[in-house]
Design a protein around this ligand. Structure first.
Ligand SMILES: NC(=O)c1ccc[n+]([C@@H]2O[C@H](COP(=O)([O-])OP(=O)(O)OC[C@H]3O[C@@H](n4cnc5c(N)ncnc54)[C@H](OP(=O)(O)O)[C@@H]3O)[C@@H](O)[C@H]2O)c1
Length: 432
């Protein structure tokens, strides 16, 4: 058997401990599959005294994670600290500078510094691998970079945050509102105490930046993503969506348009019959549409110790076998800067919900504004009559330009009979 692969583990939290447990449980299998022992030799975390429920005896301890990069008994650094900057980034730079391969689960760091780190990795001949950074246990990085490498990707989209998907699923199943379901998710440990990274879409947008890079070969550009979270999705919109044959999902989507690369992360209405609509609860799902393969649907657990450790080990297995692919599937120098399609130029269908005073002529006024902005109505629901009282009106549109749609909504909001700002959710028909 070849020499063991000696792993330096930075971070002994949820994922780090998961990696320790996986290697302890499946070490024999990993050795059989790689022809080498995968052995953790050194670790780093903040609190040396904390009992982590795993046996760390005999492992070298580094208070400063950068010590792992320098440690002669570490062949590969596994960065599981997190954070776009700070110790995680310093450790990765230090390891790559020394030609030591790096495995990371850190989407925030890669979304911000991915191109620079990939360039550094190539310069020193070290691998930089990140399967665990996107959609947890789903092997979507390998799928895009290797299994689907022969395809021109037309579109990639997915449910990339299990917390948001759990909240939206529970809202639909129980009819409860966002705040109460979020509070329950926090109590159950499905959502962080500070949930803003999840519910405001930041976490999922980091992953979308990486998916878009794998699919279209541009530099990861977090700043180019249109990001909206799920705070404003109401139980009422979820029930109207069901009535219209849709489910509301927080989707990240990337596609090449005549205006450039479109990357957007926001609540979407998707047809109930679409495979992505069936991805429920804490699960993640990613669909890749390739020009020769068509749609490929991936689903699985997007977070948690076991699924994420599974993805970390997939990268470690590659390194143990000596197999190498460019970090983002193309040489770092070929990571071009695509033109960015402005959200105002997005073309799609829309769901609009208005709360209006029920009086003659309201619908005519709304229709006139939409007509003036080149937006045509596809379907309309007006529930009950209640003269001079507030009533909801829901409508869906045929394809329209986003700038026209938002212009129309700004005008509609000013109409006398419109009581609160219109609510708008984009519809993704996902059929083409
Ligand atoms: N949790 C998931 O399900 C999941 C899924 C996919 C990807 N990820 C990614 O995996 C990474 C780790 O996530 P996690 O959930 O495992 O985080 P976590 O539970 O918060 O663990 C972070 C670990 O990093 C250690 N750490 C923090 N600052 C450090 C420093 N300056 N020096 C040395 N160690 C330091 C902490 O030490 P102490 O324990 O001593 O405080 C802790 O062990 C993140 O990039 C995250 O985005 C997580």
């Amino acid at each position: 058997m070849a020499e063991p692969l000696r792993i330096g583990l930075a971070g002994l939290g949820t994922v780090g401990v998961g990696v320790v447990r996986l290697i302890a449980a499946n070490g024999d299998l990993l050795a059989q599959r790689t022809g080498r022992q995968l052995r953790i030799t050194a670790v780093s975390a903040r609190d040396r005294a904390r009992d982590r429920g795993v046996d760390l005896s005999g492992l070298r301890w580094h208070d400063d994670p950068r010590g792992l990069a320098e440690d002669p008994e570490v062949d590969v650094v596994c960065e599981l600290i997190g954070g776009a900057e700070g110790p995680a980034l310093e450790l990765c730079r230090e390891a790559l500078a020394r030609g030591k391969p790096v495995v990371t689960a850190n989407k925030a760091m890669l979304a911000m510094h991915g191109a620079q780190l990939a360039t550094q990795a190539e310069r020193t001949g070290a691998a930089l691998a990140f399967e665990a950074a996107v959609a947890g246990g789903i092997p979507i990085v390998k799928s895009l970079r290797e299994g689907l490498a022969a395809n021109r990707v037309r579109r990639v989209y997915g449910i990339l945050n299990g917390t948001c998907n759990y909240i939206l699923t529970t809202m639909r199943e129980t009819g409860r509102d966002f705040a109460s379901v979020l509070a329950e998710a926090q109590a159950l440990g499905y959502a962080e105490a500070d949930s803003s990274f999840d519910v405001d879409g930041i976490d999922a947008a980091h992953k979308l930046a990486l998916l878009a890079t794998l699919a279209f070969g541009g530099r990861p550009r977090f700043d180019a993503i249109h990001v909206e979270g799920i705070r404003h999705v109401s139980a009422l919109d979820i029930s109207f969506a069901a009535e219209l044959g849709y489910r509301i999902k927080l989707l990240g989507l990337a596609r090449m348009t005549p205006n450039g690369l479109e990357q957007r992360l926001h609540p979407c209405m998707v047809p109930v019959s679409a495979p992505i609509a069936a991805v429920e609860g804490v699960f993640n799902g990613v669909v890749v549409d390739g020009d020769f393969v068509g749609n490929v649907v991936h689903e699985g657990r997007g977070a948690g110790a076991g699924p994420t450790a599974s993805a970390v080990l997939a990268d470690l297995v590659d390194i143990a076998r000596g197999s190498r692919v460019p970090t983002f599937g193309v040489p770092a120098a070929a990571l071009s800067d695509h033109p960015i399609a402005p959200m105002a130029a997005h073309v799609g269908s829309y769901y609009i919900r208005l709360l209006v005073t029920d009086r003659p002529g309201v619908l005519a006024d709304v229709s006139a504004v939409l007509r003036d902005h080149d937006v045509s109505i596809e379907a309309l629901i007006q529930r009950g009559r209640n003269p001079d009282q507030p009533v909801p009106i829901v409508l869906t549109t045929h394809e329209a330009v986003e700038a026209q749609m938002t212009g129309a909504l700004a005008r509609i909001a000013l109409l006398d009979s419109v009581i609160e700002p219109p609510r708008m959710i984009r519809i993704e028909r996902l059929a083409d």
